[in-house]
Design a protein around this ligand. Structure first.
Ligand SMILES: Nc1nc2c(ncn2[C@@H]2O[C@H](COP(=O)(O)OP(=O)(O)OP(=O)(O)O)[C@@H](O)[C@H]2O)c(=O)[nH]1
Length: 134
């Protein structure tokens, strides 16, 4: 990677029901997410801060895919990175069908919903009208 490492996470599909199964849902996401560390801007060799070996090592450490590419020079490299991500996700689905079988009605949820489910809604503070008469 030239300047920094970014983890590109595929769109998460998280089951969300009640608060009680939220832990399971997060666990489900962690189990099913396929990650790719993409080292972009490969053409800017002079600005490199992270060497290829360090990028690849981090990817191995976190069981991620790794790809060095340059979006400016080659769209093909970007396509290949995404294709490898899709292939890996398909393989994962093939080898772990039970995890996906549990996902009967997957909903894509917003971050706001996730935060509300985790911490609850913030209590509404009722403002009292000041009592002005003497
Ligand atoms: N030279 C070069 N420039 C790139 C490459 N990919 C993106 N850029 C440029 O980097 C700038 C920022 O790109 P963005 O897609 O906005 O990425 P960002 O995550 O918002 O910003 P960065 O933190 O700079 O990556 C834009 O001017 C892009 O044209 C690349 O592979 N090579």
């Amino acid at each position: 990677m030239v300047r920094k490492i970014k983890a590109e996470v595929p769109a998460p599909v998280i089951l969300l029901g009640t608060k009680t199964n939220l832990v399971y849902n997060i666990f489900y996401f962690v189990q099913t997410a396929v990650l790719l560390i993409a080292g972009n801007k490969g053409d800017l060799e002079d600005f490199r801060q992270v060497c290829v070996t360090a990028g690849a090592k981090t990817a191995t450490q976190f069981a991620c895919l790794f790809s060095e590419l340059s979006a400016a020079e080659s769209a093909q490299q970007v396509i290949e990175a995404f294709e490898s991500l899709i292939r890996e996700a398909q393989l994962h689905q093939y080898y772990h069908p039970k995890i996906f079988a549990r996902c009967k009605r997957p909903n894509i949820i917003t971050m706001t919903k996730l935060i509300i489910a985790l911490f609850g809604k913030s209590p509404k503070v009722k403002r009292r009208r000041p009592f002005l008469s003497l």
